[in-house]
Design a protein around this ligand. Structure first.
Ligand code: F3S
Length: 426
């Protein structure tokens, strides 16, 4: 791997031992990937504060310097961690103090995380605490090289924003935040961003649920390749694209897609394929839509619903407002809980706008920082949950061993109010 003079200087220890360890990690990582050089990045989205038993032990042994050194720098010893060299944000993490009493999450983890936030905040990290940093001010420009974690955020950054990032991990983002570098491979290169598959919708894709179903289908078909999606598509909004990408990154490993005329690197179908051959289309018709719906509901058998989860990826303000409207004047069924996961910054706006009061008056909660899949927690005694998120319907049954129903936001709110699942694909 070719290093610039500045990168070699960092590797030799000019900026201290933690930065040297970070550069050493990036060189080992880059060589394993056959990357020839490092990209300069000025936007890192990673996770350091997320609690775990291992982290609790490391912090007890040597504080957050030790936890960061071992977990985020792959070092053998405790190194003093300096301020981050480039703008860095904390993605989703565990639940925070305001969830105590609602979420059955270990209080020792809540306290551990608070200590981590103080440590990382003092080193310049913005504790956005959301899987959707792009909803709360972290918006890289088109063409900007980044180092982001979180599959749903990565696919959004590449596809919707036109930024360039691979799906990084805790160690590579930790190293990137101290050096402003990341191996230059994969999605950082023009030729790795061009479409590989053409998908044509012959059935209308016109709602938030439809975009989730289309994403779930597409991910299954292309796996880690790059779909170009055309056909009977209503103009999506950013919330639809958030759902589409998260679904495609769940059933497959999609990190980049194009919707010609909508996403920035695909003014036309031909441009999406970089001027190369346009392949024959894979069809998303009524049968494929029904098959995707059936797959997302194959963990549902008991129509009694005791938990409704909305906001995966974390809800937009429009979603929170729509949930409040659907709940206005209603009351959750006894024994049923409803959680809306949201970025903390948007939760503050939702509260100020009165949406949170409506949701709470019905018996629901707007929660921040985390989600059931990330924190492996749900209301005590949950047997079956309902969600409007393809990603949560895909993952949560396996993580928590519970049944799942997938449908529209309105169907989920109705399930919370009646305690019964009545969703169907009409
Ligand atoms: Fe976010 Fe959790 Fe979904 S981290 S993308 S709400 S699985």
């Amino acid at each position: 791997m070719i290093l610039t003079d500045d990168e070699q200087r960092m590797r030799d220890g000019a900026d201290g031992p933690a930065t040297a360890a970070a550069m050493d990690l990036l060189v080992r990582y880059g060589e394993a990937l056959d990357a020839e050089r490092l990209c300069t990045v000025r936007n890192v989205a990673g996770t350091t504060t997320q609690p775990s038993p291992v982290k609790a032990r490391l912090v007890a042994e040597g504080g957050w310097d030790r936890a960061f050194s071992i977990i985020n720098l792959d070092a053998d010893e405790t190194l003093p961690i300096p301020p981050m060299a480039v703008p860095t944000c904390q993605l989703q993490q565990g639940f925070g103090p305001d969830s105590v009493g609602t979420v059955p999450y270990p209080e020792e983890f809540v306290q551990l995380q608070s200590g981590g936030e103080a440590f990382m905040g003092a080193r310049g990290v913005s504790v956005l605490a959301t899987c959707t940093p792009y909803q709360v001010g972290n918006l890289p420009v088109r063409g900007e090289h980044c180092a982001w974690m979180e599959s749903s955020a990565v696919v959004y950054a590449n596809s919707v924003l036109g930024a360039r990032t691979n799906c990084e991990g805790g160690a590579s983002t930790g190293a990137a935040s101290l050096t402003g570098r990341i191996p230059c491979w994969g999605n950082h290169h023009d030729e790795q961003r061009r479409g590989t598959h053409l998908v044509r919708a012959t059935t209308p894709v016109a709602s938030f649920r439809d975009w989730g179903l289309l994403g779930y289908f597409v991910g299954d078909v292309v796996q880690e390749a790059r779909p170009v999606v055309t056909g009977d598509l209503a103009l999506p909004d950013l919330t639809d694209l958030k759902h589409f990408g998260a679904a495609a990154a769940s059933s497959g490993g999609v990190e980049m897609y194009h919707v010609p005329g909508v996403t920035p690197e695909a003014p036309t179908v031909e441009a999406a394929f970089g001027g190369g051959r346009v392949p024959d289309a894979v069809v998303f018709g009524e049968a494929e839509k029904r098959a995707a719906y059936a797959r997302l509901n194959d963990q549902g058998s008991d129509e009694d619903v005791d938990f409704v989860l909305l906001g995966c990826p974390h809800a937009s303000l429009d979603q929170i407002r729509d949930i409040a409207r659907a709940l206005d004047g209603r009351r959750l069924a006894a024994g049923t809980e409803l959680w809306v996961m949201a970025p903390r910054a948007l939760a503050a706006v939702a509260e100020r706008s009165g949406h949170t009061a409506v949701i709470e008056a019905a018996g629901g909660r707007v929660l921040t920082d985390s989600c059931p899949a990330m924190s492996r927690t749900a209301p005590v005694g949950t047997r079956t949950f309902a969600t409007d998120s393809a990603k949560q319907a895909h993952y949560l049954p396996a993580i928590l061993g519970i049944g799942a129903w997938f449908g529209t936001t309105a169907e989920c709110v109705d399930a919370a109010v009646t305690g019964r699942w009545r969703g169907e694909l009409r």
